[in-house]
Design a protein. Structure first.
Length: 72
């Protein structure tokens, strides 16, 4: 699955949720957002599901997680 947009929040100095929420609001039904984080963003999962998104998570390194997000 390819991503239309990649958002890397590993080195974000501010709260990353604001950037993630903005990227999600711009996501169309036929697009995929790939979120790159330094840890598994478990608190985000309930938010995604409650807002009608699906996700698939993969740990690609000890300090790198990729979450592919699509609209349900």
């Amino acid at each position: 699955m390819s991503s239309d947009t990649t958002l890397d929040v590993r080195d974000s100095e501010d709260e990353p949720f604001t950037r993630i929420a903005a990227a999600l609001s711009d996501l169309d039904r036929d697009e995929t957002l790939e979120l790159v984080n330094s840890f598994e963003p478990e608190p985000l999962y309930d938010v995604l599901l409650s807002r009608g998104f699906e996700y698939e998570t993969e740990q690609v390194a000890d300090d790198q997680w990729r979450v592919r997000i699509t609209r349900d």
